[in-house]
Design a protein around this ligand. Structure first.
Ligand code: SF4
Ligand code: SF4
Length: 442
């Protein structure tokens, strides 16, 4: 029985559009003829390639090693031959170093036999090391290396593990289907994470629009684990770490601080399942679940795909695009990045591919601000998007920094409610990049 109505303040309610794939079972995509693995597909420093053209690799072999603590290794997601190591289109619109592997024709793509670590026999430190070696990063979009999260500094002890099952972005159903189809795996991942952290309590926050996921997680909850499944009201962007903490614990993470400052570690549901999988199969993170959806794709699906699958191959496996397809977005429409090149590969952090039809796109031109204040009412971190937008337009970045631009999650709530169609969040993203570049050359 859940009587409390939990959520955070402000935020928006965009149309969900999840019905296209919410009831579609996950199935495995046939292995593509080649994959492309960018060395920059996690937060922190890019990985360093350790293979060269011509090398033969098995599925799961290390192809790029981490460069420092906040970095992550990359493994071959198909068995085959390294075709090139060089510049390739990256999902962020740039070109960056990537390892291209041609898959072995007619191969069954079985991974090299490997020892599956007995996680119960490992110490917390060894467990974190195994998670690091497996290249596990957050699968909710930010791709932050999980081993770093599992190693909180002594002055920020974690007391609660909070699993993010909100998946509040419209269209996406990756986490939803993972929770429905693999609830035991999520509980095992929770158990392993609790052991790493030396913590005894976990909460899984799931929005109420996923009753089947809530039911599956409750039905499989292990009796010896202190894990609560907490239904939450449906609101965007509840999946943002600070918003989720506010919704579940009623605690605000202060400006400029991290979830660790209030003793919480947040991890997305699909990432938790991946941790369990590492200790079930011994395989590193070489594949992920991706929602391919939108009215612009013929066969909306939830697919298990090798990391590095090219966008074109993925769309072809879903029957191709409809004649009125207009825009392709990696991630959801609120925070995702538009794609212009079908050769661009999916990375570990690609939660979904949304192909928007003409009718689903917003096409009206931007007009002058009418000072209606709607963006202020929508911003979940209580910024003044109207003022920040004015400063962004004028390139007054120092004043934007003073206006707490760093707290902006680029969630898109302000742009969504703006009656003048001002692309506020895009302006803030551009300003953040400009400030970063300015710092780098200073
Ligand atoms: S994009 Fe930034 S300013 Fe706009 S609503 Fe989100 S957090 Fe606030
Ligand atoms: S919502 Fe748009 S029009 Fe209204 S105050 Fe904000 S920027 Fe101006």
């Amino acid at each position: 029985m859940f009587l409390s109505r939990l959520t955070f303040r402000h935020g928006v309610h965009p149309p969900e559009h999840k019905a296209l794939t919410a009831g579609v079972r996950i199935h495995r995509l046939p292995f593509p003829s080649e994959v492309v693995l960018p060395v920059r597909q996690h937060a922190g420093k890019p990985a360093r390639p350790i293979v060269k053209p011509g090398d033969r690799v098995e599925r799961g072999d290390l192809v790029a090693e981490p460069d420092g603590w906040i970095s992550s290794p990359i493994h071959a997601s198909v068995s085959g031959r390294v075709a090139s190591v060089g510049l390739w289109p990256h999902p962020d619109g740039t070109h960056d170093t990537a390892i291209r592997i041609e898959a072995e024709p007619y191969s069954a793509q079985l991974p090299r036999p490997r020892i599956v670590p007995d996680w119960e026999a490992l110490s917390p430190k060894e467990l974190v090391g195994a998670v690091r070696d497996a290249g596990v990063v957050g699968l909710g979009g930010a791709a932050f290396p999980t081993h770093v999260k599992l190693s909180p500094p002594p002055d920020m002890p974690v007391t609660l593990l909070l699993i993010n099952g909100c998946e509040c972005e419209p269209y996406l159903t990756t986490d939803h289907r993972s929770m429905v189809e693999y609830p035991e795996r999520i509980h095992l991942g929770v158990r392993i994470m609790l052991r790493c952290l030396g913590v005894s309590k976990a909460i899984i926050g799931v929005e109420r629009n996923k009753p089947d996921a809530i039911a599956a997680l409750i039905a499989t909850r292990p009796g010896d684990l202190d894990v609560r499944v907490q239904p939450l009201d449906v609101k965007y962007p509840q999946g943002a770490e600070k918003m989720l903490i506010q919704a579940v614990k009623g605690v605000e993470v202060p400006s400029g601080k991290l979830p660790g400052h209030v003793g919480v570690l947040v991890q997305n549901a699909a990432s938790v399942a991946t941790i369990a999988e590492v200790f079930e199969t011994g395989l590193p993170l070489v594949e992920r679940i991706v929602t391919v959806t939108g009215r612009g794709v013929r066969r909306p699906s939830n697919l298990l795909v090798p990391v590095g699958t090219k966008l074109g191959d993925l769309l072809e496996a879903c029957g191709g695009m409809t004649p009125d397809a207009r825009e392709i977005v990696f991630g959801g429409p609120m925070m995702g990045a538009s794609q212009a090149n079908l050769e661009t590969p999916l990375t570990k952090g690609t939660t979904g591919v949304v192909v928007l039809s003409e009718a689903e796109c917003r096409t009206q031109p931007a007009e002058a601000c009418i000072k209606c204040g709607r963006c202020l009412d929508a911003c979940p971190v209580f910024l003044n998007p109207q003022l920040l937008g004015k400063l962004a337009k004028a390139g007054r970045y120092d004043e934007m920094t003073a206006g707490h631009l760093a707290d902006c999650m680029v969630c898109g709530c302000c742009s969504y409610v703006c009656p003048s169609n001002i692309p506020l969040s895009q302006q803030f993203q551009a300003a953040k990049i400009a400030i970063r570049q300015r710092k780098a050359v200073a």
